[in-house]
Design a protein around this ligand. Structure first.
Ligand SMILES: C[S@@+](CC[C@H](N)C(=O)[O-])C[C@H]1O[C@@H](n2cnc3c(N)ncnc32)[C@H](O)[C@@H]1O
Length: 422
């Protein structure tokens, strides 16, 4: 198969890191590798598509672009979809699903637009395969088609990933607000702990003191060990017609040969022992149980697990995830309510006391460490009475966040001024 045009969507703010990762995996540069808003476009071959699916930690999917044309109405969409050789990709005996997204499309109904594209695909198959046409299956389709509409252009893609790529296959136990694996990887890239261009890791110990189901620590450990992000899962391309089992087996074998031992301290802890248990089980499935030390304990009390390094976390925030441990207990006492601080959910802690206390604990016990905190609360540095030295915009799904960097200095709240006014 000749070169194809792929689009790899990613969370906003992650595009540059994804472009570095795609460059490392495909070797493509210049016009063959474009960083766009919300993703990266790369011209590459089919084998690259399998590698990107297997290795990318930052992409949400790997889509093959099959048509890009102007449109004005639903009939135009029908014509564009009729012109695509869908029969190269799947058979009329398979099921498919169409997902349509739009930005400023003039069309009244996206459902009707989707219906017309579906009709075009079905009619094309019917004409070519003696009246047989593939049927729609919305939950577990064999094949996914994506349509993206702008004001005046329509792009049609066939998906090679299947389930979105943040689903690595190891996180079967999770808490209320788990971080997407792709976002955890983006935090590691933005902090410089992991370089997606070279694959290298900084070699400093990494510690998540509010680890939940262990996402940040497990991503970091897999990166350090050279374990491919998708080594435990299946992909959509396995059901597409160009799939060749022997090519895929060779790519997987090559990936397995790149797994290495790495002796970097990676640590996680959580006030909830249930979460620690989840993290351990997840790490076991991810093949990194022996690379991470998980412990129970309050982030306000845990002492450094190494002499220095990087703290990285998305702390409890808002109604879904409450603060546990001493801060919550303190808040309750102040409110003169009853109940015990078991740290396993419940309670009314809003983090009000937690963040200043965390800052005090860090300044006293973690001088020399660098802390990276992902939060939707843009006032967090003020709440912590710490001055951030960087703030990186990132999106957690639809929620706009900042990844704040704090350089921890004993007993001081001073640090270099922020280098981005966002
Ligand atoms: C937003 S979640 C972190 C999710 C995690 N990154 C993941 O991917 O699963 C916040 C975590 O902080 C924990 N937590 C709340 N209060 C804490 C405290 N005082 N000390 C340590 N952990 C705490 C909660 O149990 C919860 O697991």
């Amino acid at each position: 198969m000749n070169d194809l045009s792929f689009f790899l969507p990613c969370a906003a703010g992650v595009e540059e890191f994804l472009a570095q990762e795609v460059h490392a995996l495909t070797g493509r540069v210049g016009q063959d590798l474009l960083t766009l808003r919300g993703g990266v476009r790369v011209r590459a071959d089919w084998r690259d598509a399998l590698k990107l699916n297997l290795h990318s930690r930052l992409a949400q999917r790997v889509l093959v672009e099959l048509a890009h044309a102007p449109y004005r109405n639903e009939n135009d969409l029908y014509a564009i979809a009729s012109g695509v050789a869908w029969e190269i990709w799947f058979t009329p005996k398979q099921t498919f699903k169409i997902e349509t997204t739009a930005q400023h499309s003039p069309l009244q109904s996206l459902n009707f637009a989707t219906l017309r594209i579906k009709d075009a695909i079905a009619d094309r198959f019917r004409a070519k395969a003696n009246g047989v046409r593939p049927s729609i299956e919305t939950q577990w389709p064999d094949c996914r088609v994506f349509a993206h509409l702008t004001t005046d252009s329509c792009t049609l893609y066939i998906d090679t990933s299947g389930e979105p790529l943040f689903k690595r296959g190891w996180r079967q136990d999770k808490g209320d607000a788990p971080l997407k694996e792709t976002l955890a990887a983006a935090m590691l890239a933005a902090s410089g702990w992991w370089n997606p261009e070279t694959g290298a890791v900084a070699g400093q110990p990494l510690y998540d003191p509010c680890c939940g189901s262990g996402t940040i620590a497990i991503e970091a450990a897999q990166i350090a060990r050279g374990i491919a992000a998708g080594s435990l899962r299946h992909f959509g391309f396995e059901k597409l017609l160009p799939f060749q089992a022997h090519v895929w087996a060779a790519i997987k074998k090559e990936a397995e040969s790149q797994v290495r031992t790495a002796d970097i301290g990676i640590f996680g802890s959580d006030v909830s022992h249930r979460m620690v248990d989840f993290s351990e089980r997840n790490a076991e499935r991810a093949g990194v149980a022996d690379a991470i030390e998980f412990r129970g304990g309050d982030a306000l009390q845990r002492m450094p697990p190494a002499e220095g390094g990087v703290i990285m976390l998305n702390p409890p925030y808002g109604e879904r995830i409450e603060v546990g441990g001493v801060a919550r207990f303190g808040a309750r006492e102040a409110a003169q309510t009853s109940g015990s601080a078991d740290g396993d959910g419940g309670g009314a802690g809003d983090g009000g006391e937690f963040f200043p206390q965390l800052a005090t604990h860090w300044k006293k016990n973690y001088p020399g460490w660098t802390a990276w905190v992902l939060t939707p609360d843009l006032k967090l540095p003020k709440q912590m009475r710490l001055k951030e030295s960087r703030r990186v915009p990132m999106w957690n799904g639809p929620i706009e966040c900042r990844l704040f960097r704090f350089d921890l200095v004993r007993g001081s709240n001073r640090a270099a001024p922020a280098d981005a006014a966002t």
